[in-house]
Design a binder for this molecule. Sequence first.
Ligand code: SF4
Length: 439
Amino acid sequence: MKKVAFYTLGCKLNFSETSTISRQFEEKGFQKVDFQENPDIFIINTCSVTENADKKCKKIVKEAKKISPDSYVAIIGCYAQLKPREISEIEGVDAVLGAAEKFRLIELLDDFAKEQETKVLASEIQEARSFNNAYSINDRTRTFLKVQDGCNYGCAFCTIPLARGKSRSNTIESVLESAREIAATDVKEIVLTGVNIGDFGIVDGKRIERFADLVFALDEVEGIDRFRISSIEPNLLTNEIISFVAQSKRFVPHFHIPLQSGSNTILRRMGRRYLRELYEDRVSKIKTLMPHACIGVDVIVGFPGETDELFLETYNFLNDLDISYLHVFTYSERANTRATDMDGVVPMKKRNERSKMLRILSEKKRRKFYEENIGKTFTVLFEEDIENGKMHGFTENYIRVAAKYDPMLVNELKLVTLDHINESGNVEVLEPEMTYEKH
Ligand code: SF4
């Protein structure tokens, strides 16, 4: 029995895909092992957004060869699609597979017999047209379920359309089937995952379904307690979806909405499909219907043309907005994107300073959001995440809670009352025994 190990860089989508590919291996009789357990085969799933993707990829290959010098090393993922030749030159790499090939890895790599030359199987990205279903089952509490892939937008900074291709989706029927399969495994929460999930519904180049209808249908799936919409573009987060989530049985009041910039000048330069007024309107709609909702924001600092003044527009916009946390990205140049040819390059030092300012703002926002919810009662899904005798979990509105470890609580949903914020920044709950109720 050949042993195979996986390493994943990047986003939830990559994690769900690695997990699915690893199940393909297990079905074919391979043994899945940890990276250090002398695997015969290493599969490294790369990311193009990760800083220094090339260096990281080289480092992982080097480590792999140290552990098993005769192993077979295959590289897949976004970076493999963007730079297949470069990767094939890394010492120790046996095969590089692109976006259209990665799900046929076992069939294409012929028993993983080593050859003189590195195999490069990466078609043009236009070939990646089919949708490959994927979901992660690494941890029994929560699963990332891929419902959509690729993107038809062309934001000036983004390589994802080049690495993952055009927007395409699973069908509602097939997503429901996966959700039912997941429900049978005792997982309590599904996070819907994709590149641009609000654009869900394109199959074979034609729009046949809508994201809103997927949400309505999933809400009826028995056996899953929670669905979380991972991240959705503001222009695709409609009133219909927000109103539905507000009264839903299973969709939780947590939205992650990329903003990228709070300056309309920069949003236009980025080629985003909305202005800040629309974003403000989405936040206000959510908060009116769900005052306790958690809203996360992606923001990029240092995009070309972002003067001190325009950055302050973003800072002040976010400061005034009723949001709960930020994911801050420092802009960095990516080959073959429009932004690399733009003038107004922001010096790295400034980019880093701005990033620091927004990270501090994020902490302030998170704390304020947590404080607003102290004294209220929520449902926590406890995880197997134990630190210093404490276990952790998230409320439906994404507050990280700490409670005294109790093995009975792992993967259980419990009603708790939030008490105070502890030194680690998590929220402690009132004496759990007194507040627990069966969900
Ligand atoms: S919406 Fe823009 S940033 Fe998001 S994946 Fe598509 S092109 Fe990239």
